[in-house]
Design a protein around this ligand. Structure first.
Ligand code: B12
Ligand code: SF4
Length: 509
């Protein structure tokens, strides 16, 4: 039983909610009567309502994001039918803007916009003591970070053993990229580093090895970044894995020296490039030195073992297919281990909305509010890019087509992969649930029938990749009796396996 339940639907089980843990950690004397209930996207609303009501709560606080807002709305609507007396509070990035327009906010008793760390506790205290809060929509108070109780002790042993541990050494971002919610922050605020590292030490002592920093720009303050990197270098072991989001054009020598000391498979950087087009960069207020970014990528690939996951966005105002394709080729030449092709989304509250009319930006009215067409890229081409992105995940990023991919890409990666993508969709009419064997067979067929690749060359590459993937099945073009793959069970730890594929790649180039 708990008087207060903090609930959310995470994107997947491995993603633990850091936001809810902050709220629980800062509940003060109410904490003993509160608990967190995490669910995973796809759970049935009735089951969630049932689980929540089992706690007999007086207040349920829901963490609402772009990926769970639709399901959470259903849950709250149902909860209010069964138990209207339960006070519902919603908070989180999705309900922090455009509040009046959202059904979920109308269903809830209270909405807290922005940070909820201390405002949730205050609201709960009022509700539980019978004093009706004056406002239904409360602007969350940004308390000084040093006054907050850090939440890391709330990660359970199960979290430590099985989930990504999200941690933050700073909040906010000083940059203004208009598609991003963090562009609304005034600046970045650091947590006290000693206090933060003490908490990391406790997690480490409890066996934690998988740390994901949610800091928007990890390499903003080089001295801080260095101390954090040093912390992990001193505690290096074969299980350690640390993930950071970094800006591409800032990698001074001192940082490079520390980065170079990480062995293979331990360090991952997510680096947003988004677009190389200077006019588009200016339109969306993104400051980025493209040449410096290229130089830094080259250094990272030559002198470090860091796994590089680079992001591009399709559908930005002013960017057409040719410009986007040029950007893809330029990024591909910089040899990141993974390229994530994201489709622009109009996140609630973000200033990108100012371009809607001028560039005839048409967005999906429902989450995730992805752009459907612009004056530069029509709907049909946007659909092609969406499929390109999906197939690139399966064939380009998954690391399974190490030998075959260059045959598909040739000298014109974007154009040729788009050709493959168009063909694959034409042939399968599917973008999801393509069995691994079917995918390998399709790639083989494409190479031989469409790509002008010699059959023997294609067989050799595809079979080698299939074998290396550890799959145990048989491909249609294999001769009878040539079973491949001694077979390891891939899929038990998807992240590790995918990283391992990239590490193989690293060693061989
Ligand atoms: C981790 C993360 C993910 C994880 C999922 C995490 C999970 N739990 O399932 C992954 C990697 C899967 C992910 C994916 C995506 N993400 Co994401 N992600 C983040 C990230 C980096 C960290 C979140 C976090 O822990 N923050 C730290 C905590 C302390 O902050 P917080 O969660 O916002 O919580 C505070 C307040 O919001 C509030 N609050 C939170 N919950 C509650 C509840 C109550 C009751 C109250 C009162 C207050 C409250 O108080 C908290 C403390 O101050 C944020 C960026 C960031 N640094 O925040 C983006 C972010 C949340 N993601 C975002 C987006 C857009 C996406 C994607 C759509 C990206 C894409 N591919 O295009 C996908 C969607 C996933 C899907 N399946 O559809 C946006 C969300 C915008 C929105 N309106 O929801 C963010 C804000 C980044 C951005 N660009 O601006 N993401
Ligand atoms: S995209 Fe990155 S650098 Fe730009 S505002 Fe968002 S977090 Fe900051």
């Amino acid at each position: 039983m708990a008087a207060i339940v903090l609930a959310t639907l995470n994107a997947r089980y491995v993603h633990a909610s850091l936001g809810l843990r902050y709220l629980l950690a800062n509940l003060g004397e109410l904490q003993s009567g509160a608990r967190i209930a995490e669910f995973v996207l796809g759970a049935r609303p009735a089951d969630i309502v049932e689980a929540l009501l089992r706690e007999d709560p007086r207040i349920v606080g829901f963490g609402v994001t772009i990926w769970n807002v639709e399901d959470t709305t259903r849950v709250i609507a149902m909860l209010k039918q069964i138990a209207p007396e339960v006070v519902v509070v919603v908070g989180g990035p999705e309900v922090s803007y455009e509040v009046e327009e959202q059904r979920i906010c109308r269903l809830a008793d209270y909405v807290i916009t922005g940070p909820g760390d201390v405002s949730f506790a205050k609201l709960c205290a009022q509700v539980l003591s019978g004093r009706k809060p004056l406002q239904r929509v409360v602007a969350g108070e940004q308390a000084p970070l040093e006054s907050l109780t850090l939440p890391y002790a709330l990660y359970t042993d199960e979290d430590i053993a099985k989930r990504f541990l999200y941690v933050e050494a700073s909040r906010g971002c000083p940059f203004k990229c208009e598609f991003c919610l963090s562009s609304l922050d005034k600046t970045a605020w650091p947590f006290d580093l000693d206090r933060f590292l003490d908490q990391m030490q406790s997690l480490f002592d409890r066996g934690a090895r998988h740390f994901r920093f949610v800091d928007r720009t990890f390499n903003l303050n080089v001295r801080t970044s260095l101390r954090i990197l040093e912390f992990f270098i001193e505690r290096m072991d074969e299980r350690l894995f640390v993930h950071f989001e970094v800006i591409p054009d800032q990698l001074p020598d001192k940082l490079r020296e520390a980065i170079a000391r990480f062995p293979a498979g331990c360090l991952q950087f997510e680096i947003g490039i988004q677009t190389f087009n200077p006019e588009v960069q200016a339109l969306i207020s993104r400051r980025q030195d493209n040449a410096k970014a290229e130089e830094n990528f080259a250094w990272l690939r030559e002198h470090s073992h860091a796994l590089i996951h680079a992001d591009l966005i399709a559908g930005l105002p002013g960017e057409d297919l040719a410009s986007f394709g040029g950007g893809f080729d330029r990024l591909h030449a910089m040899r990141p281990h993974e390229i994530q092709v994201g489709i622009l989304k109009r996140l609630r509250g973000t200033p990108i909305a100012r371009h809607t009319d001028a560039f005839r930006m048409r967005y999906n009215p429902d989450p995730p509010y992805n752009v459907l067409a612009t004056d530069h890229i029509g709907f049909a081409d946007m659909q092609r890019i969406v499929r390109f992105a999906r197939y690139w995940e399966m064939v380009g990023n998954a690391g399974r087509f190490r030998r075959t991919l260059p045959l598909v890409l040739g000298d014109l990666p974007f154009l040729n992969f788009m050709r493959f993508s168009d063909w694959l969709y034409e042939t399968t009419r599917r973008t999801h649930e393509i069995a691994l064997e079917r995918l390998f067979e399709a790639v083989f067929r494409y190479l031989v029938e469409q790509g002008g690749v010699d059959r023997e060359v294609a067989i050799e590459a595809v079979l080698a990749d299939y074998q290396a993937s550890g799959a145990k099945g048989r491909l249609a073009f294999m001769e009878a009796g040539t079973a491949v793959g001694a077979g390891r069970n891939w899929g038990t730890d998807r992240t590790r396996v995918r990283q391992a594929r990239h590490i193989v790649k690293l060693g061989s180039v």
